[in-house]
Design a protein around this ligand. Structure first.
Ligand SMILES: CC(C)(COP(=O)(O)OP(=O)(O)OC[C@H]1O[C@@H](n2cnc3c(N)ncnc32)[C@H](O)[C@@H]1OP(=O)(O)O)[C@@H](O)C(=O)NCCC(=O)NCCS
Length: 179
């Protein structure tokens, strides 16, 4: 089954050449995710030190990408003290690979979420070495009609924060990384 194994590389501008034909689908979220990774959105985020990974399969086809960076938010939302949290700006899988492969243990979405969350723990470990406080929360924003994404995030320990609705109706989800 390791024919389905994904390989993660840190994304650079040069990887955009490999994104011809890459599409996360025609939904609002799908279009935003395609535009972000193919255009200036990802490049602006890289300048802000956001980490971005591109995932390829054994035949070097691009399956998807993920991203995460440190941000300062009012926490708890909406008006707590300014606090550093980890935030996932975008995550996307090419529509040809949505729901693939059917076997859960190799599902691309699961491989990507596992890689992303373990990378967050590693980034927290690096903070500890720099004598900084590890961040407690991993966060993301999602449109409420993006049922597949919300189901995926629930499966990886994210919960919707009640009563918080941001611009464009975005909802916020949180996953506890550390006490
Ligand atoms: C979100 C995304 C990365 C998830 O990848 P995926 O391969 O579709 O994920 P999965 O197939 O594992 O789907 C997750 C679960 O939601 C379910 N699901 C998928 N679409 C669904 C829908 N429209 N309604 C309800 N459930 C849905 C799946 O059946 C699966 O459940 P299961 O684990 O019980 O089988 C991918 O769909 C994508 O790139 N979407 C476009 C971009 C996007 O929305 N990014 C997220 C922005 S926050």
């Amino acid at each position: 089954m390791d024919e389905f194994e994904l390989f993660a590389d840190e994304f650079t501008e040069a990887d955009q050449e490999d994104l011809v034909g890459f599409s996360c689908g025609d939904s609002t979220s799908g279009r935003l995710c395609t535009e972000w990774i193919s255009g200036s959105g990802v490049l602006d985020s890289l300048k802000r030190k956001t980490k971005v990974w591109i995932y390829r399969n054994q035949t070097e086809n691009v399956v998807g990408y993920s991203s995460v960076g440190f941000v300062k938010w009012h926490w708890p939302l909406p008006d707590g003290a300014y606090t550093t949290v980890l935030y996932i700006p975008m995550i996307g899988i090419d529509q040809r690979y949505h729901g693939q492969p059917p076997e859960k243990e190799w599902r691309y979405s699961h491989q990507i979420m596992n890689h992303l969350i373990s990378s967050c723990h590693r980034m927290n470990g690096e903070r500890k070495q720099e004598l900084k406080q590890p961040v407690e929360w991993l966060t993301l924003k999602v449109l409420p009609d993006n049922a597949g994404a919300i189901r995926l995030y629930n499966q990886f320990g994210f919960e919707l924060i009640g009563n918080i609705e941001q611009k464009h109706g975005l909802r916020v989800m949180k996953h506890r990384l550390a006490e």
